[in-house]
Design a binder for this molecule. Structure first.
Ligand code: SF4
Length: 260
């Protein structure tokens, strides 16, 4: 992916600081075209390293902060790489792993996109597990058009069983980003036997509807593809389960529910 560095536009230079085009990230993968990582056709950067360790992780190789085959890319490398694809793109998404774990890079990449005449029409999105402090979101908000946040479970103990961590920060993040007007969607991944009970549906629906009845909520069914062998016994979500959650969320007043 690494290519010649382009001359940095003056607008993305840091006064008295380093060149943001040289900000580096540990990158697990890059997809030049994706229809499932935000609105429209998007260039997606998957950074390496995640603060969670999810039962349902489809890309467990991205969890460790470093891997032997991992690579490092600079903002300049990625801007050079995405430029040929730009005419066919609606935007750029940073996913993971966990995007906020390398938020300096996300900020500088999005600044670079916005400061570049050829790229500035592209929207900038972050796909995140939500486990970040308000001060991190506040660094990203000025350069990000939308945030897609996973809510693995509303119940903190269920969340801990699914991810290894509690969900205080995740719930705060959802409220914070919604308050800033940039919460694009909340994603619910249903993992049978963990977070799919009627009680959890009722409480999750109430919490989300209380936040915003017009919120876009994406309900996703757990699939076995890519998960670690120790979780091979976790059943996949059925179409009936997804339909039941959609109906329950809509019954609570949520109007923007989508199942995938
Ligand atoms: S938050 Fe996402 S990348 Fe991180 S462990 Fe969970 S599923 Fe995997």
């Amino acid at each position: 992916m690494a290519g010649p560095l382009v001359a940095p536009p003056a607008a993305v230079r840091r006064p008295g600081g380093g060149d943001p085009l040289l900000t580096r990230a540990r990158v697990a993968d890059v997809i030049p075209f994706s229809w499932v990582d935000g609105p429209g056709n998007r260039y997606v950067v998957f950074v390496q390293g995640c603060s969670f360790d999810c039962v349902a992780c489809h890309n467990p190789e991205t969890i460790a902060p470093r891997t032997p085959g991992g690579r490092v890319a600079t903002v300049g490398d990625l801007l050079t790489d995405l430029r040929p694809a730009a005419p066919y793109l609606a935007g750029v998404t940073v996913s993971g792993g966990e995007a906020t774990g390398q938020w300096h890079f996300v900020r500088d990449l999005f600044r670079g996109v916005r400061a570049d005449g050829e790229l500035s029409r592209l929207t900038t999105f972050v796909d995140s597990n939500g486990n970040a402090l308000p001060r991190v979101w506040d660094r990203l908000l000025p350069v990000t058009d939308g945030f897609m946040i996973d809510l693995k479970a509303l119940d903190p103990e269920v969340h801990r069983r699914l991810t290894g961590r509690g969900n205080d920060l995740v719930l705060d993040s959802i409220r914070h980003l919604h308050g800033a007007g940039k919460l694009h969607e909340v994603r619910l991944l249903l993992v049978p036997g963990y977070n799919d009970s009627p009680d959890q549906l009722a409480r999750t629906a109430e919490w989300l509807a209380d936040l915003d009845p017009a919120l876009r909520v994406v309900v996703i069914g757990f699939r076995q593809h890519g998960v670690r062998p120790e979780y091979a016994g976790v059943p996949e979500a059925t179409a009936d389960l997804l339909a039941g959650w959609r109906a329950g969320l809509e019954a609570a007043g949520l109007s923007g529910v989508v199942t995938v």
